[in-house]
Ligand binder design. Structure first.
Ligand code: SAM
Length: 262
C-alpha cells in the first residue's frame, strides 16, 4: 500500500485549512451523516488516515470509542496535542501510527470504519477498500470520503481559472491540483459503491460534499447565520442529483450484512 509522502510537507497547512469555514463545512456535513447512520449508544470506530484528528475528536465527543490511525507521526502529534487539551475525552481515543496497509489489529473489527480524505492520494482505490472492509464488524458501517472525479474542473471554472478548467474537462482528467497544491485523484461514487458491493457490502445513498462553496478560499469567513444557511443548503443539495454530482467530494457509505453487536 502506498503512503503519501508528499503530504507530510503540507500537514501544518492542512490543520489551518481544516479550521476554516470551508473546511468546517465538509466536517459538519460528514459528521451529520455519520450520526444519522451510527447507533446513539457508544460504538467502536476506526478512523483511518485520521490526520490531525478532527473526526476522531468529534466522534469521541459524541461518546464513541475511537481509534485514530495515521502513518504520519507529525499528523498524529498534532492530533495528540489537541486531545491533551480535551481531558474529558481521555480513555475514549487511541492513536496508532499505521497506514491502511499496516493496520495490525489481528482479527479485531470495528462497528464503523472511516477513511476520509485519503483515497485521493493513492493510485487506485481497490486495494485500500479491500483492506478497510476487513476491519468492519457484521452490521457495521464503512464511510469513505473521496475526491469526486465527476466534478474535476468545476472548482477551477467557478474560481475563474477558465483555461485550467477547460483543459481538465476536455481531457476528462482523473486528477487535478488539490487544496494543498498536491495533485489528487478522483473517484466516482459509482466506482466506490461497486467496489464495496464486490466485498459483499450494501452501499447506502451517497452524498456530494461542498457543492456551492468549494471554489471559495480559506479566507471565506461567514457570520454564524450565513454559515448555518450555507450548511443547510449544502445538506439539502448533497442528496440530490444533479447538484450532488458537482460536489468536490463524494461521501459514500456501505454496510456489512449481519447482526450488529450494538
Ligand atoms: C487530507 S488528510 C485527511 C485527514 C482526515 N481524515 C480528515 O478528513 O480531515 C490525509 C491523511 O492521510 C494520511 N495518509 C497518507 N497515506 C495513507 C495511507 N496509505 N493510509 C492511511 N492514511 C494515509 C496522511 O498522513 C494524512 O494525515
Amino acid at each position: 500500500m502506498v503512503t503519501v509522502t508528499g503530504f507530510f510537507a503540507v500537514g501544518a497547512a492542512y490543520a489551518e485549512h481544516s479550521d476554516s469555514a470551508r473546511g468546517r463545512l465538509r466536517h459538519d456535513l460528514v459528521e451529520r451523516r455519520l450520526h444519522a447512520e451510527l447507533p446513539a449508544s457508544p460504538v467502536r470506530i476506526l478512523d483511518v488516515g485520521c490526520g490531525t484528528g478532527e473526526m476522531t475528536i468529534r466522534l469521541a465527543a459524541a461518546g464513541h470509542q475511537v481509534t485514530g490511525a495515521d502513518p504520519d507521526p507529525r499528523m498524529l502529534a498534532v492530533a495528540a496535542g489537541r486531545l491533551a487539551a480535551l481531558p474529558e475525552l481521555r480513555g475514549r481515543v487511541e492513536l496508532v501510527e499505521a497506514g491502511i496497509g499496516g493496520l495490525s489489529f489481528g482479527r479485531e473489527v470495528f462497528d464503523a470504519v472511516c477513511c476520509h480524505g485519503v483515497l485521493m492520494y493513492l493510485d487506485e482505490p481497490g486495494e485500500a477498500l479491500a483492506r478497510l472492509t476487513e476491519r468492519v464488524a457484521p452490521g457495521g458501517l464503512l464511510s469513505i470520503l473521496a475526491k469526486n472525479r465527476r466534478a474535476i474542473g468545476v472548482r477551477e471554472a467557478l474560481a475563474g481559472d477558465y483555461e485550467s478548467a477547460r483543459r481538465l474537462i476536455e481531457s476528462e482528467a482523473d486528477r487535478s491540483p488539490g487544496n494543498l497544491g498536491l495533485e489528487t485523484r478522483g473517484d466516482t461514487a459509482e466506482t466506490l459503491d461497486r467496489l464495496t458491493a464486490g466485498q459483499g457490502f450494501t452501499p447506502l445513498a451517497w452524498q456530494g460534499v461542498r457543492i456551492f462553496h468549494d471554489h471559495l478560499d480559506d479566507a471565506w469567513a461567514p457570520g454564524r447565520a450565513a454559515y448555518e444557511a450555507a450548511l443547510e443548503l449544502e445538506w439539502a443539495a448533497s442528496w440530490r442529483s444533479p447538484y450532488r454530482d458537482l460536489g468536490h467530494l463524494v461521501h459514500t457509505l456501505a454496510r456489512r450484512p449481519g447482526r450488529s453487536r450494538s
